[in-house]
Write a protein that binds this ligand. Structure first.
Ligand code: AQP
Length: 342
């Protein structure tokens, strides 16, 4: 039985334009949680995670504001949720180092995302890319967050966060010092796939822009990307079972279901038997109607970068005030008397 107050933490990396995958897999869920009054909510732009791969400094600053703008444009209200960027709150880096000393090499060696991101060039990947999940654990546990809305791809990292929390609690004889946070995953939108290859996840750092819908894409570009999305020659089935072995069809139907907030079965009940020539325009209209207003709102917000910076600065102050007592206790627990920036 946890004694911790319900608190949500989640974040996104400013590594490029946010995609429909980020939106449906995570952001929609962030916004929905705003209606759950029992939770305190922190949503972070995780800029320290972004530098695990090289980022051009001016681009990073701009991308950080863009993610913040996407949060607000999607419906996050800075008065109801704490919005900030990670590097403004030193607790993340401080606790991240401590967790690097708690986590085991064997645990990190099992992380599939490192293998995917480092690819064949593992020897040349940054140490930060390898130890990324320990910083993610710090992001969450610095606030003793109990719930983490994420896409399916982050589930393994969240399990590692739980392992780190458990080991810390055991090693230092502080049962229940850190909560074991739970993932909040929406099964229908857990994994949005690339428009060019239904086996790969839609990703903001995919070299092909045609593989993804960016939240900043205009109506024509969205329609063009959907028109050119890879498909197979068969018509849509009338039942979800008929999508087995058809990853591209499954992805497009899944996107339609998520955007129209109905089940895959309902989409197929209406569109089953249709070829993609008929289905794609309907999907394009729906995607434009959902995404284009967010892009427009982002553009308006980005015209006033100082206002975005001031929202992030205010959020960082509120976040730091929550993390400070937790870090104080962590330092004392470790015998690092007087340690820490707080
Ligand atoms: N394709 C996706 N389907 C569902 N959810 C997704 N998420 C990302 N892509 C999809 C969710 O978005 C949140 C933020 O992700 P992130 O910015 O921390 O980085 P990521 O998971 O590595 O996302 P990308 O787009 O693939 O970024 P890059 O290309 O920089 O690595 C997470 O909750 C994630 O699950």
């Amino acid at each position: 039985m946890t004694t911790h107050a319900p608190r949500v933490f989640s974040g996104m990396q400013p590594t490029g334009n946010l995609t429909l995958g980020n939106y449906l897999g995570a952001l929609v869920n962030f916004v929905a949680l705003q209606e759950r009054e029992e939770f305190e909510r922190l949503y972070c732009v995780v800029d320290l995670h972004a530098i695990t791969t090289f980022q051009e400094p001016a681009t990073l600053t701009q991308a950080t504001r863009e993610v913040a703008a996407a949060y607000i444009a999607s419906g996050l209200d800075p008065d109801r949720s704490i919005l900030f960027n990670q590097s403004r709150v030193s607790a993340h880096a401080e606790l991240g180092w401590i967790f690097t000393c708690v986590a085991r090499m064997g645990w990190l060696n099992r992380m599939t995302q490192f293998k995917e991101k480092a690819g064949k060039n593992r020897e040349n990947a940054s140490v930060g890319l390898f130890s990324y999940p320990t910083l993610m654990a710090a992001d969450i546990l610095a606030y003793r967050a109990t719930h983490v809305p994420v896409g399916e791809d982050q589930k393994q990292h969240l399990e590692l966060t739980r392992d780190i929390a458990q080991k810390f609690n055991n090693d230092f004889g502080r049962p229940d010092f850190f909560p074991l946070p739970e993932p909040l995953i929406q099964p229908e939108t857990a994994r949005i796939m690339s428009l060019r290859n239904g086996e790969n996840k839609m990703s903001k750092s995919d070299p092909s822009d045609m593989s993804r819908i960016n939240l900043t894409d205009g109506a024509d570009l969205i329609a063009q990307k959907i028109r050119k999305a890879k498909t197979d020659p068969e018509p849509l089935p009338s039942e979800p079972e008929g999508l087995a072995g058809r990853p591209e069809a499954q992805n497009l139907v899944g996107i339609f279901a998520a955007l129209s907030k109905v089940s895959v079965a309902d989409v197929l009940a209406e569109h089953g038997g249709q070829g993609f020539g008929a289905f794609k325009p309907a999907l394009a209209d729906l995607t434009v109607a959902s995404v284009a207003p967010i892009g427009e709102a982002m553009r308006r917000l980005l015209e006033a970068p100082d206002e975005i910076d001031s929202i992030l600065a205010d959020g960082a102050e509120r976040a730091a005030a929550l993390a400070r007592p937790v870090l104080r206790e962590v330092y004392d627990t470790l015998g690092l008397t007087g340690g820490g920036s707080a």
